[in-house]
Structure formats: C-alpha cells, structure tokens
Design a protein around this ligand. Structure first.
Ligand SMILES: *Cc1c(COP(=O)(O)O)cnc(C)c1O
Length: 374
C-alpha cells in the first residue's frame, strides 16, 4: 500500500466523464474548429498528466498551461501534443521553450529578443502565438500598439507566428461588450493580414464564450472548466450537458453521541440542541475544504445530506449524523460529487463560500491523493 493511501480522503477523477465533456464541447463548436484544452493549475486540480494523456488519446490539437514549469511537467510525463504557455515568458528561462518544445504566448518586446537569440544559438525556428488585448485589460498588446509590435516581430527571421489570440472578459453576461471585444479582435487580425502575416491558429474563446457564442470560435477554442464538468456561470447551465469529473470523498473516522448543549469544534460556535450523533471526518481546510464552510457546508452519507457543525479545522470536519440511520465508523462520505440520488456540485460549494467553481476545484490540496477511473 502506498503511504499516501492510508487516510481514506481521496479525489476520485472520472476520466470517462472528462471524455464525455470533451465530446460535448466538440459538438458545440463549428465543424473544423480545433481544441486547445486548458490544463493549467494541475488540470484545475484533477492531475495534469493523467488528464493530458486522456485528452491526447481523444485527439486534442493543443494543450494550454499558465507557466513554463507546467509545460515541463507534462513533457516529463510523456505528453507529445503541442503545448501553449498562456502566461508568456517571465524572465530568462527561454531555453526551456526549446528543450521542452513549448510554445510561448508573446506580448512583451523584451521576450522577442531573448527568444530570437536562443533560436539563433540553436539554429532553430521558434513558433509563437501573439496576444492582443481587446478589452480584458490583463495581458496582451494594446490595440493601438499592435502594428508597432507586429513590425518588431517581423524583424526576427527565426520567429514564426503560429497563432494570434485574445481573451474575453465576460462570461456571456454582457453581450455588447463581448461583441465589442470580438470586433476589436477582427480589427487586429485585419491589421496582421495587411502586414502579410498569415498563421495557422486564431483563438479567443474559452468555455463560456464558445458555448454562448459559438460563432466567436475563430479556428481554435480554449476550454478549461467545462472539460472538468463545471459551468463558468449559472447562465450557461442548460446550454451544454456536462458531467462532473471530480468526486471528493472520505470515510467517517470517529463517531460519538453527545448530550444537548454540547459545544462542537474550535470556538464552540455550535451548541447541540438535542442529543446528537457527531461524525468526525478526516479532511480539513489544509485539503482545500474551505473554512468558510464552517456551520454551512453539507456532506453526503448513505445518500443523504448531513450538515457541517462548528468550525472546519485544518485536518478535520465535524458533521451531524443524528438523522441518518445506521451510521458507522468507516462509512463513505462524499463532500463533493454524487452519492445515491444526491449530489453536491463544485458550484454549490462555490456559492456557499462566495467564490466560483474554478477556485473550489484548483483549491483541492496536494495532500489529497487523486485516483483515476474510466
Ligand atoms: C484559463 C484560461 C482559459 C480557460 O478558461 P475556462 O473559463 O476555464 O474555459 C482560456 N484562455 C486563457 C488565456 C486562460 O487563462
């Protein structure tokens, strides 16, 4: 037995559900549009290497990570598919892009020089994707400096422009702004065309936009969250059917009966009103089960909801199982996912902690072993 599997707390990753979501996304986008699957942040907490191997089998055209280290990890794990580093080049680590065959997103002039020098040294061409800011206001060359930037890029004969991209800031909630961004992207593409630049990939849409406005797919889309079965915003539920990939589960570690008036967990914030059966679960905020779920969360036991009592601790959670018949130590507990007919989604947890499913999924801790099925 592996040391990491002594504690029963695990994240069960259903790669069959991942494949289902991948196909649903394919169905949503126009024919011929390619897929860049975003696997940054350890595939949103699902394990970048196993997830990428499955996506590779499914025929994904490109993978996307945020930082070069994530790309290196994938190559060391045997991934062959092209990898785009969405966050760009951070410093002088340009040799990694050659050694591990990573494609950088570029929007800084200083990175051009570094990249070109390294290419020269290696007598190689290097592929890049250029990013224009169309209204996200985060990364990307401002539209008014786009011509100037393209001119600069063209001065380097060993830099090959493989893609042009931008990023939407709305999740479909403000149609006019999304449209304005799309128009700005079209303008940027027009400018590049006029300068004689033609490239293989044009891309802008992530999960939300590819679903709400499939016409804005260009010829490559960049879904992340929907591959993992969560919706970028509640409005998108109903537009595409997805299956959650991650189930977070554990087992009851300790069970005891307490009298009315007993205080539960740090600070004694919960006081029992009746004789109660309390189950202690071996998972806590160190595992990504947010402390904001104190006195608010629910878990599934025997297919029924049991409320979290008192504060979430670093390594433990206390829940009320008084109303669940025949509970014993060792029984399975689902904190996120399905059990019987009940289900707790990442969205439900996100709402309770005033966050988004993205943060819930990539917050699941390193201490929780991921196990794979499907
Ligand atoms: C994270 C990210 C995505 C994926 O977004 P989702 O909303 O998870 O689909 C796409 N593009 C860029 C640039 C990103 O950083």
């Amino acid at each position: 037995m592996k040391l990491s599997s002594i504690r029963p707390t695990v994240g069960e990753v259903d790669l069959g559900a991942l494949a289902y979501n991948f196909r649903q996304i394919r169905k949503k986008i126009p024919r011929g549009v390619k897929l860049l699957a975003v696997v940054k942040a350890d595939a949103y907490g699902h394990g970048a290497i196993p997830v990428s191997h499955r996506l590779e089998k499914l025929g994904v055209e490109y993978l996307g990570v945020a930082i070069p280290e994530e790309g290196v990890e994938l190559r060391k794990g045997g991934i062959k598919t092209p990898i785009l580093v969405l966050g760009g080049i951070f410093g002088r680590e340009v040799d990694l892009f050659f050694r591990f065959r990573l494609t950088p997103v570029l929007f800084r002039k200083d990175s051009l020089q570094l990249l070109s020098r390294e290419a020269e040294k290696r007598k190689k061409m290097v592929k890049v994707h250029l990013k224009v800011d169309t209204g996200m206001g985060r990364l990307g060359v401002p539209l008014n400096l786009w011509v100037d930037f393209l001119k600069k890029v063209k001065q380097f004969p060993n830099i090959e422009i493989e893609g042009l991209l931008s990023h939407f800031s709305m999740m479909g909630e403000e149609e006019s702004y999304t449209h304005h961004q799309w128009k700005a992207f079209q303008k940027a593409l027009m400018i590049s065309k006029e300068m004689g630049i033609s490239c293989r990939y044009l891309h802008m849409a992530s999960s939300a936009i590819l679903t709400v406005f499939p016409a804005y797919s260009a010829n490559l889309v960049r879904p992340g969250i929907m591959l993992y079965g969560s919706y970028p915003s509640p409005a998108i539920r109903g537009l595409i059917s997805l299956k959650p990939v991650m189930t977070l589960k554990t087992c009851i570690h300790f069970l005891k009966s307490v009298p009315p008036g007993a205080r539960i967990s740090y600070g004694g914030t919960f006081k029992t009103k009746r004789e109660s059966l309390i189950a202690t679960l071996p998972i806590g905020y160190a595992d990504g089960y947010s402390r904001h779920l104190s006195n608010r969360g629910e878990v599934l036991i025997h297919g029924k909801r049991a409320p979290v009592l008192g504060r979430i601790c670093m390594d433990f959670v206390t829940v009320d199982v008084t109303d669940i018949p025949r509970v014993s130590m060792g029984d399975e507990v689902v904190l996120m996912g399905r059990q019987g007919r009940e289900q707790i989604s990442a969205e439900e947890i996100a709402e309770k902690i005033n966050s988004i499913p993205y943060e819930v999924l990539c917050g699941i801790g390193k201490r929780v072993p991921r196990i794979y099925k499907g």
